[in-house]
Design a protein around this ligand. Structure first.
Ligand SMILES: [Ca+2]
Length: 206
């Protein structure tokens, strides 16, 4: 599979987001997922606010009072045909976008954002995981340095046996040692730090 460095970082530009709103649902709101709240002059402004933040996927709108309405921005959508989280609230309106994150495509703790790329989502991968769906985890710090040459020293998740049964775990990588090749400092289950270097290919210190 192809590795994409670009999923590694965070983006601040929203221009490439494409979202599609479904039909508004009167007298409904989604509770418990509000991560933003604004007073806006109309429904259109609330939709724009939803578009501008890649973590917003639905909105609750209050009634228009004296030229303003409350626009609540949610980090989730209502569920599916079998399950709905919506609650009745008179004079409010619920509106959600087509949410390609509903089936949780991002692996290894990655965060899904709806409205990006041809697939309708993109993943913000946890540090140390890579790929369109964060499906790849480096096998060692040196492997990570190969995948991400600019990686700095810090805590990363690695999976020495790849798809083997051992679960990924966090390690401290010292990226400045060994001419920047990447040195794995194992910091779990051990009081003293253990330096493991030259550990490539995978599994050499299991
Ligand atoms: Ca594994």
């Amino acid at each position: 599979m192809r590795l994409q460095d670009k999923v590694y970082g965070f983006f601040t530009a929203f221009g490439n987001r494409i979202i599609t709103f479904k039909e508004p649902m009167p007298n409904k709101v989604l509770k418990g997922y509000v991560i933003g709240r604004e007073r806006v002059p109309n429904e259109g402004s609330c939709r724009v606010n939803c578009y501008l933040n890649p973590d917003y996927v639905s909105i609750n709108m209050g009634p228009l009072i004296e030229g303003e309405l409350t626009c609540e921005l949610n980090a989730a959508t209502s569920g599916n045909e079998y399950f709905s989280r919506l609650e009745y609230q008179k004079d409010h309106t619920y509106l959600e976008i087509e949410n390609s994150c509903n089936n949780r495509p991002c692996l290894n703790g990655g965060t899904c954002q709806a409205g990006f790329t041809k697939t309708g989502f993109r993943c913000q991968c946890s540090i140390g995981s890579f790929g369109k769906q964060c499906e790849t985890i480096a096998k060692s710090c040196s492997h990570l340095k190969e995948l991400k040459p600019g990686a700095e020293s810090g805590t990363y998740i690695i999976d020495p046996d790849g798809y083997g049964p051992q679960l990924p775990f966090n390690v401290t990588c010292n990226m400045t040692d060994k001419n920047g090749v990447g040195v794995t400092v194992i910091s779990h289950d051990s009081e003293n730090r253990t330096l493991v270097d030259g550990c490539d290919p995978a599994g050499c210190y299991s």
